[in-house]
Write a protein that binds this ligand. Structure first.
Ligand SMILES: CCCCC/C=C/CC(=O)SCCNC(=O)CCNC(=O)[C@H](O)C(C)(C)COP(=O)(O)OP(=O)(O)OC[C@H]1O[C@@H](n2cnc3c(N)ncnc32)[C@H](O)[C@@H]1OP(=O)(O)O
Length: 365
């Protein structure tokens, strides 16, 4: 194609301006700035107005966009403007013929969790409903992998939830079963390392992380809520950290975060004395953001999350990181210390007796 045939007439340029007014969807600020700059260049030539002050954000963004076109000729600017409008019109009419809502894509390679992405949300769902979503070693590792991937994918937010009746019943007590006496120390050491890595992923997660607590939550699944950015709960959910009952000790940075969230007196009732909270209590104590009736829980929460996930992704990520950065070092230190204490706890008679008792069907929470 020669330059002559590529050239756009004044009439085409004017037609493009009319077509632009017919767009149904806002093309977004970046595209609007590009259109503005090309229009100015096409009609007035290279940027000739004085640079606005730093605090005049809108004028400065417009000026920057126009100025960035340098000495682009008016003909070329008209051409680019017309092409841009035409691509927006085509994209919109293609979008109208397709299903408006994007498909949910399922991520491969997971057995104990289901990982999907839709509407800029990556959802990580505990998926052992027949075991009340108890977290075995494989599930810890798969959640680590899923969080690492979600941290880097295109999603704006990530959500953790449970499949079925429970959110999760916490650590799978089978993680401690069938260990030969000679292997006990290794079991405790490996367990502490895995736990430390697992909790670190929550501390370091770079985007908003939201817990959608669909039912009862026990143990580590409750402590981790302190590391989530928002916690939505069904009114059927309960929150139970039975550490002393199990001869264990708090993890998930709860020994530091729970007193900050709910005050020391309340945290002590949960973390020392096994107090199980209703969803309403957990909300009043600051652990839960909002409680929804179970009948409308999924609909209300996902509608809200869809709206949140359409907010500017980078702004959300940097803001989350800013909020977390103040505490990050401290949280990693707390995590290390909690894992060290638990390593000893798992070798204690108090813990072993509680586990034997569970498997002999003598105790249930
Ligand atoms: C790397 C290691 C890191 C370790 C980090 C440490 C974390 C600490 C914690 O998370 S502490 C919390 C530990 N969790 C528990 O103690 C819960 C134990 N489970 C129960 O008390 C009950 O199962 C229940 C109250 C959750 C549910 O009771 P219900 O009667 O409604 O249902 P069942 O008991 O019949 O459950 C169905 C089957 O699922 C098995 N199961 C449920 N939860 C767990 C679990 N956490 N660990 C192991 N197994 C669990 C239950 O045994 C049933 O199995 P069965 O059908 O074979 O009998």
């Amino acid at each position: 194609m020669t330059t002559a045939t590529m050239q756009v007439s004044q009439k085409d340029f004017e037609k493009a301006q009319e077509q632009l007014k017919l767009l149904k969807k806002d093309p977004g600020n970046e595209t609007k700035l590009k259109l503005y700059a090309l229009f100015k260049q096409a009609t007035e030539g290279p940027c000739n107005s004085p640079k606005p002050g730093m605090l005049d954000f809108v004028k400065k963004a417009k000026w920057d966009a126009w100025n960035s076109l340098g000495n682009l000729s008016q003909d070329n600017a008209r051409q680019k403007y017309t092409e841009l409008v035409s691509s927006l019109i085509s994209a919109e009419s293609a979008g109208q013929t397709k299903d408006a809502s994007p498909e949910e894509s399922r991520h491969d390679g997971y057995e104990t969790i289901i990982v999907t992405t839709k509407n800029n949300i990556t959802k990580i769902m505990f998926n052992r409903p027949e075991r009340k979503n108890a977290i075995n070693h494989q599930m810890y590792r798969e959640i680590i992998k899923a969080l690492q991937e979600a941290g880097k994918d295109d999603s704006t937010i990530a959500v953790i939830t449970g499949n079925g009746e429970y959110y999760t019943s916490g650590n799978d007590l089978n993680n401690f079963a069938n260990v030969q006496p000679n292997d006990m120390e290794k079991m405790a050491k490996d367990g502490a390392e895995l736990l430390k890595e697992f909790v670190s992923c929550f501390i370091d997660f770079p985007k908003p992380l939201i817990a959608v607590v669909n039912g009862p939550a026990i143990g580590i699944s409750v402590t981790l809520l302190g590391l989530c950015d928002i916690v939505y709960a069904s009114d059927r959910a309960t929150f139970h950290t039975p550490f002393s009952q199990l001869g264990q000790s708090p993890e998930g940075c709860s020994s530091y975060l729970f007193p900050k969230i709910m005050g020391l007196a309340k945290a002590n009732e949960m973390l020392l004395f096994n107090k199980k909270l209703t969803a309403a209590e957990a909300c009043a104590w600051g652990l839960v953001t909002e409680v929804f009736p179970d009948g409308t829980f999924q609909k209300e929460v996902w509608e809200r999350l869809k709206a949140y996930a359409s907010l500017p992704k980078n702004s959300l990520a940097v803001s989350k990181q800013l909020l977390r950065s103040m505490e990050k070092e401290k949280l990693h230190a707390v995590n290390s210390q909690e894992c060290e204490v638990l390593k000893e706890r798992w070798l204690s008679d108090e813990c072993l007796n509680a586990i034997v008792s569970f498997f002999q069907r003598k105790s249930k929470l």
